[in-house]
Design a protein. Structure first.
Lengths: 169, 258
């Protein structure tokens, strides 16, 4: 076994070269390069977790904005419905008022017309009464020779006409 | 050796000097073992250097490098906890050095005449030093953090008082066996695998020279060698992992005292 037979001969050389190589790997790579690689990995992990955090925050923000927007939309919708309702009832009231005004005017015109008709009728009747009283006075005078006062004749005619109107009615 | 008509499966472990070198009275010649250690160093450095672009969005190579460092990081974090962070360079060095050395020893370089790979981790002069180094670190960390309280490690929690004289020596011995088991495990796994491959490789060569029956043996050996090489590839990774893992566990013991 060369490991045993050569041991005393090569041990110092083995130890020397192992120490050299191992030392170079330990100090040059283990302590020199390894921390840099680890810091790169750490930096990346940090960045990834930071980015994730940021994305999460942005998402929460967006959700909040959306919630606020939804609340505002709901409010606006309610208000719009309210306004529409108001406008509808307002226009209804206006129409009603206009109709009422029109009806009133029509009524008043009808009333005025009626009044004119009544006036005309009253005037006609007054004329008729006068003519009838006159006629009655003359008829009585010619038939009986009795002179009837014009006032009495008018009264009689009026009473007669009153009776007639009552009957007519 | 093949030149003498037989194949010596132990020859592959011979250390041969390439350039003679002395410091004082010590022989520190540059050997084939030193050469393959240097190749290990160059490969690890190259692998890491190509992943040092430090991009936010890593390329393929950077992902591979970060995967390796992340693997070691996780192993230390899981076994030692947050205090283990300062041991990561050491565990990383152990793991990569053993892993790359193991794999280098399996390279089929012998196809090219005059070349053959040398498995540095099949030398217990090397695995032993690694084990002693790990064990020394465990001892230093243990006594540094706990002083003489470190001896509580040998008395597990909840041991009944009359059992202590019995438990203490057992724990003490098992503790001192650790560096040997650590170093020998890697060494034995590597040497056994390489001898097995060499032996079955020689069966193929000798079988093909030995008539019809020999051909049968040769073909069977060839199939077996394929299986053994696959197993060895697995073993290379597992042994490197086990060495690093056990070191973290021992360190965890030294830091947390059970």
């Amino acid at each position: 076994m060369p490991q045993i037979s050569q041991l005393s001969e090569v041990f110092s050389s083995q130890l020397f070269w192992l120490a050299l190589v191992f030392g170079l790997i330990f100090f040059g790579i283990g302590r020199g390069m390894l921390p840099k690689i680890r810091s790169t990995v750490d930096a990346r992990d940090h960045q990834v977790s930071d980015d994730l955090e940021k994305a999460k925050a942005a998402r929460t923000g967006a959700e909040e904005t959306e919630a606020r927007w939804r609340v505002r939309m709901d409010e606006a919708r309610v208000e719009a419905a309210h306004i529409a309702h108001e406008a509808k009832s307002e226009s209804g009231r206006e129409t009603e008022a206009r109709i009422k005004a029109a009806v009133d005017e029509i009524d008043s015109r009808v009333e005025a017309a009626r009044q004119r008709i009544r006036d005309a009728a009253a005037a006609a009747r007054a004329e008729l009464e006068a003519v009838a009283a006159d006629a009655a006075q003359q008829m009585v005078e010619q038939l009986t020779g009795i002179k009837v006062e014009s006032q009495d004749a008018a009264k009689a005619v009026e009473a007669e006409l009153q009776v007639m109107t009552t009957i007519e009615r | 050796m093949a030149a003498q008509g037989k194949i010596d499966p132990m020859h592959q472990f011979t250390i041969e000097p390439i350039a003679s070198l002395h410091i004082g009275s010590y022989n520190v010649s540059f050997t084939n073992s030193a050469l393959w250690m240097t190749i290990t160093l160059v490969l690890i450095f190259g692998f890491m250097a190509l992943g040092m672009k430090r991009q936010l969005v890593p390329g393929r190579w950077q992902v591979a490098v970060e995967g390796l460092t992340g693997f070691v990081d996780d192993m230390v974090k899981v076994n030692i906890g947050p205090e283990g962070k300062k041991f990561v360079p050491y565990i990383f060095t152990l793991f990569t050095f053993i892993l790359v050395s193991n794999f280098l020893g399996l390279l089929p370089l012998a196809i090219i005449p005059g070349l053959h790979p040398f498995t540095t981790t099949s030398q217990f002069s090397l695995t032993g030093v690694l084990a002693v180094m790990s064990f020394s670190i465990v001892l230093i960390v243990g006594f540094w953090r706990h002083g003489l309280g470190f001896f509580k490690l040998f008395v597990p929690h909840g041991t009944p008082l009359p059992m202590i004289p019995l438990i203490f020596p057992i724990e003490f011995i098992s503790f001192w066996v650790r560096p040997f088991s650590l170093g020998l495990r890697l060494f034995v796994a590597m040497i056994a695998g390489h001898i097995l491959m060499e032996v079955f490789g020689s069966f193929i060569v000798n079988g093909l020279n030995g008539g019809a029956l020999g051909w049968g043996v040769g073909i069977l050996s060839f199939l077996f060698v394929i299986f053994v090489v696959a197993l060895e590839l697995l073993m290379c990774a597992i042994q490197a992992y086990v060495f690093a893992l056990l070191t973290t566990l021992y360190l965890s013991d030294a830091i947390h005292l059970h």
